[in-house]
Design a protein around this ligand. Structure first.
Ligand SMILES: *[C@@H]1O[C@H](CO)[C@@H](O)[C@H](O)[C@H]1NC(C)=O
Ligand SMILES: *[C@@H]1O[C@H](CO)[C@@H](O)[C@H](O)[C@H]1NC(C)=O
Length: 205
């Protein structure tokens, strides 16, 4: 029969070992901060030395995502994606080019980084960042202090540096209207063969 002191001792051991197990399993790696539902960001892009600036307007409640892409000393390209899978890539100059495509998937969900593997911390662009990797597709760097995204790199080598990050900024509805020539069937059909721009947003990688 246990003496009461031996019982207490065993109980103590049990509690200690249990709390030790708990604390081990409770060690959690940082998780990427979900994207704000709406934000505007200016991105500096380097794709093997080809430079561009992207004006990114992410607008989840309205199911739309806009990449306005300025290649260095090159053309200005509008890459507009809707959550129903339709996307329009067009110019707004006199060339009046437009390419429409229908994708299986809509825009990125705010929690699209869920399930990314934590790789630890790294100094990037002068910011101490938490780093994650998602299915060999993207490496994502988030500022430890502010949790803002700082940098991401696609497996293709396309490298993005986040220059501004305005949470809650929304582009006016009128700006999301694709130009009329995107809806002129014959004309856009004609252009398809001769113009095949690569989308450059998160999906275009
Ligand atoms: C762009 O990336 C290349 C490597 O792919 C690098 O050599 C070059 O310095 C970078 N340019 C800028 C402006 O960051
Ligand atoms: C998806 O939504 C956009 C914007 O409302 C619209 O222009 C497009 O026709 C829609 N696509 C489909 C397949 O319904």
């Amino acid at each position: 029969m246990y003496s009461s002191s031996s019982f207490a001792y065993h109980l103590l051991l049990l509690l200690l070992s249990k709390s030790a197990t708990n604390s081990v399993s409770a060690v959690e790696f940082p998780k990427p901060t979900p994207w704000p539902l709406q934000f505007h960001s200016i991105l500096f892009v380097n794709y093997s030395g080809s430079l561009s600036i992207i004006d990114l307007w992410y607008d989840w409640p309205n199911g739309r995502n806009f990449n306005i892409i300025q290649d260095q000393l090159g053309q200005l390209l509008y890459d507009l994606e809707w959550n129903n899978g339709t996307s329009f890539v067009y110019t707004r100059d006199s060339t009046e080019k437009c390419r429409t495509s229908q994708l299986e998937v809509g825009i990125l969900r705010p929690n699209w980084l869920d399930g990314a593997v934590y790789l630890g911390q790294q100094q990037v662009d002068g910011f101490l960042c938490n780093v994650w990797q998602k299915i060999d597709f993207i490496w994502y760097y988030e500022d430890v202090v502010t949790t803002r995204p700082v940098h991401w790199v696609f497996y293709t080598g396309r490298s993005i540096h986040v220059m501004t990050f305005e949470v809650g900024a929304v582009l006016e509805d009128i700006e999301w209207q694709a130009p009329i020539y995107c809806f002129e069937k014959a004309r856009s059909h004609l252009k398809v063969d001769v113009w095949n721009p690569q989308p450059q947003g998160l999906k275009g990688i």
